[in-house]
Design a protein around this ligand. Structure first.
Ligand code: HAM
Length: 530
């Protein structure tokens, strides 16, 4: 086969092309408008963060952290690795009878210490405990070695010098300067990190933020499931955990879906308790699972140890009957959680929001507590969750922020949102440029150098007036130019040639029916507007 295309987008990653991209833009724009009316403002977040941020918040035993993250080592500190290797190389100066001075080893170790301390001062996150200890021991040893070096570079007590050096070499060998970064698999952790980092708790009332952009998870690609996918998310952070906040966040979501004409959505809600009542429930589940361990699949068996709640998510046919008989979280909530959940439901009722209770809705991220919810939409096949969210009081504290801070939020899967709209034929109805049938308002055909000058000026004035104008960059024969106008599906061809220039008019041809007339510029504007 001749000349095959060499590069392709990576599996699970795709290009979003026009006209579909216009639908994305209008969906995102509608989200901005709706969220704005609820007092939310946009936060723009980095695409990568320290790996540890996600490991801690999403949780080590989750699918996301244990197998789906794109993680890489930050190569910004090659100088440290270089200094470390160089210092280890100078070990040869310590050999008896080596012709150069032993102090060269010490100089190299000092250079290494400088490099590490420089990196630490630039980025506190690099200061792991092990590294700090190693550095301290190296510095203590060198401070005792320098006095053994005489001004002419000789060493007064070579045995003592060597025994300090051995400890340093050992530390240098084990020094591991690891700085792992991860492409964000979700953004709640980043929002919380930013909230803490910028001291946002001093702001009055609740901090309400939204974000949109790509997320990365190494999942098995299929319809509605990608490795680079997009989310539109929102978070509320503050000292209140009033159930009215939960309900309002859900109301905001439903308002957006309504505005986008996304029909057939189903809201599922649940409460998964808090640190007071959940542990006992989890133990209860674990005990029940132990009784039927042999009947469970491999994944569920593993989860008996790591995270029994996640077994409730199982889609395996033969596990369903077992799961249906399990004790339910709703009957095991403490009084506070029970009251919170009841009030969330009442607040949803007050807003006229319909929901289904789903006691098996536990969600795949560790930070959730109390309210969890998911929204499904039609046309998506098995990946039908278009949005997931919940309450995560305690996450701010876990990441080092003020203990009293509460949080709740959601993320919409934008890919799935658009897919569902397209499947329902709402692609064009969603408004914005996607709603227009493609081509430019005006194809501005010009003939001759003088006409080009006039056409450039006219194109500018038409665009300033808001019309979409296609202006050929090179002169074409009349037939070819008008043929291109047709193929671009332009609504009108505006023709500027010598005759038109002389008369101070243009010829306008409506391409749908060929109707033609000659107009001066003010008339042209009026005609196009009509
Ligand atoms: P999540 O349930 O992991 O929650 O993701 C939210 C939504 O993102 C899903 O319902 C789905 O629509 C979409 N999504 C997830 N993975 C993929 C994928 N591989 N391909 C396409 N779409 C996908 C979170 O991410 C939480 N941070 C939500 C949240 C915010 N909770 C509280 N605040």
């Amino acid at each position: 086969m001749a000349d095959k295309a060499k590069f392709q987008a990576i599996k699970g990653v795709r290009d979003i092309l026009p006209p579909e991209s216009a639908l994305w833009n209008s969906g995102e724009q509608t989200a901005r408008e709706v969220f704005g009316t609820f007092g939310f403002a946009e936060i723009r977040l980095p695409i990568f963060e320290q790996t540890e941020l996600f490991a801690r918040s999403v949780g080590l035993d989750t699918d996301i952290v244990s197998k789906e993250m794109y993680t890489f080592e930050d190569h910004g500190h090659r100088d440290i690795e270089f200094a470390r290797k160089f210092a280890l190389n100078t070990e040869r100066y310590l050999k008896p009878g080596y012709p150069f001075g032993m102090e060269r080893f010490l100089q190299a170790v000092d250079a290494f210490v400088d490099a590490v301390e420089g990196a630490f001062s630039g980025d506190k996150s690099l200061e792991s405990r092990a590294n700090k200890e190693a550095l301290l021991e190296i510095k203590q040893a060198t401070s005792q070695m320098w006095p053994l070096v005489t001004p002419d570079g000789a060493v007064t007590n070579e045995d003592a010098f060597r025994s300090f050096a051995i400890r340093i070499v050992f530390r240098l060998q084990s020094f591991h300067f690891e700085n792992l970064l991860t492409l964000r698999p979700e953004a709640t952790a980043s929002v919380v990190r930013a909230y803490i980092e910028h001291g946002m708790q001093v702001q009055p009332g609740n901090v309400k933020l939204y974000y949109m952009g790509p997320m990365f998870r190494r999942e098995r690609p299929q319809k509605g499931r990608y490795r680079q996918f997009y989310q539109i998310g929102a978070e509320v952070l503050g000292t209140s955990d009033a159930p009215g906040i939960d309900a309002e966040v859900i109301e905001m979501l439903m308002t957006l879906f309504e505005r986008l004409k996304l029909k057939g959505t189903i809201l599922n809600i649940n409460s998964i308790g808090d640190k007071n009542c959940r542990p006992a429930y989890v133990e209860k589940l674990r005990a029940e699972f132990e009784k039927v361990r042999e009947q469970l699949g491999a994944d569920s068996q593993r989860r008996i140890e790591t995270n029994p709640l996640r077994v409730l998510d199982s889609k395996l046919e033969h596990e369903q009957a077992i799961i249906e008989k399990l004790p339910r979280i709703g009957e095991n909530l403490c009084d506070d959680c029970r009251a919170h959940y009841a009030e969330v439901k009442r607040q949803l009722d007050l807003r006229g929001i319909r929901y289904q209770e789903n006691w098996r809705l536990v969600r795949g991220l560790d930070y959730y507590m109390r309210t969890t919810f998911e929204i499904t939409a039609p046309g998506l096949g098995s990946q039908n969750a278009v949005c997931g969210g919940g309450r995560y009081d305690g996450l701010v504290e876990l990441l080092g922020g003020p203990a009293a801070t509460k949080g709740i939020g959601f993320a919409i899967g934008t890919d799935r949102l658009i897919l569902s709209l397209q499947e329902a034929g709402e692609g064009a109805a969603a408004g914005g440029p996607a709603g227009k049938a493609g081509g430019p308002d005006v194809y501005l055909a010009w003939f001759g150098a003088a006409a080009q000058t006039a056409a450039i000026g006219l194109a500018k004035r038409l665009r300033d007036a808001g019309f979409v104008v296609e202006l050929p960059a090179v002169e074409m024969k009349f037939g070819k130019s008008l043929g291109l106008a047709d193929r671009l599906r332009a609504r009108h061809a505006v023709i500027v040639g010598d005759d038109e220039l002389a008369a101070g008019i243009v010829t306008v041809k409506r391409l749908s029916d060929g109707a033609q007339q000659k107009l001066a510029e003010p008339g042209l504007m009026l005609y196009l507007r009509a």
